[in-house]
Ligand binder design. Structure first.
Ligand SMILES: [Zn+2]
Length: 269
């Protein structure tokens, strides 16, 4: 009996031990379950957070993008600027003066653009006696709230064999500057030039600077150097085709407007 009684105690202890063990096991299982749940929740929370973060960054990106909205304009103001004028004759070749050549083709560009839908051209001078410096020209364009500025010139070199078409845009050219440059170049070379000298960025021999007129105007701007006044063949081409060149310039400008390149308007922040 003692054996049995003494045998009972261990049983009871075993039972107790077993209960404790069972409780511990249940506790451990519950603990693991709770830990797993908490872990799961934390992970889920973190995932949610990550998702929210990525959604925020996506929506931020979208918002950043949408700060530049494209609104189709009903009218584009284009400044047609025949370079030089008055006492500033520009380059010369004998009696031939650049200011006169510039006005010759600029007048036709202006007339052409007047007939294009949704385009309002403004010419900076209509007489060869009118003098304007570059500051006046830039202010004129900025005050007009122009969308595009075309500075129309002819080139010159001490080397009489230098020839061809050159187009200048700003040194840190945007896509719009480059598209403008290439559209002009493509249309003008279709008419025919001796030499395509390409779309150039910056300033002659200095890619870090801009021509004054490009630097001081607030809108997309370029300079067209339509052949060399110092080259006889370029002059012959100019005299034979200046109206076609002018029409080509108007075609390039019209296409730039129609394709929406001048529509990007920054919303006030
Ligand atoms: Zn010039």
């Amino acid at each position: 009996m003692a054996g049995s009684s003494s045998g009972k105690k261990p049983v009871a202890r075993r039972i107790h031990k077993g209960r404790v063990g069972g409780c511990l096991t249940v506790f451990v299982i519950i603990f693991i379950l709770i830990s797993t749940l908490i872990n799961g929740c934390t992970k889920k929370h973190n995932l949610q957070k990550q998702k929210e973060t990525s959604e925020t960054s996506v929506s931020t990106t979208v918002n950043d993008h949408s700060s530049e909205t494209e609104t189709k304009k009903s009218e584009y103001i284009i400044i047609v600027d025949p370079g030089h004028g008055g006492e500033d004759v520009g380059s010369a070749n004998g009696d031939r003066l650049e200011k006169v050549d510039n006005l010759r083709y600029a007048s036709v560009v202006y007339e052409e653009l007047l007939n294009r839908e949704g385009i309002k051209p403004i010419i900076t001078r209509q007489s060869n006696d009118t003098y304007m410096n570059n500051e006046d020209r830039a202010k004129f364009a900025n005050d007009a709230g122009a969308d595009l500025y075309l500075a129309l010139h002819r080139n010159k070199s001490d080397d009489p064999t230098a020839n061809g078409l050159e187009i200048w845009v700003q040194q840190d050219a945007t896509v719009i500057d480059d598209v403008l440059g290439y559209k002009l170049k493509n249309e003008l070379t279709k008419v025919g030039v001796q030499n395509d000298r390409g779309v150039q960025h910056g300033y002659t021999n200095d890619k870090q600077n801009n021509f004054q007129i490009i630097e001081w105007t607030d809108m997309t701007a370029c300079i067209i150097e339509l052949g060399f006044i110092s080259n006889d063949e370029d002059n012959r081409l100019f005299d034979a085709h200046y109206k076609d060149y002018a029409k080509a310039i108007a075609d390039a400008v019209e296409s730039l407007c129609k394709e929406g390149y001048l529509d990007k308007v920054k919303e006030p922040q």
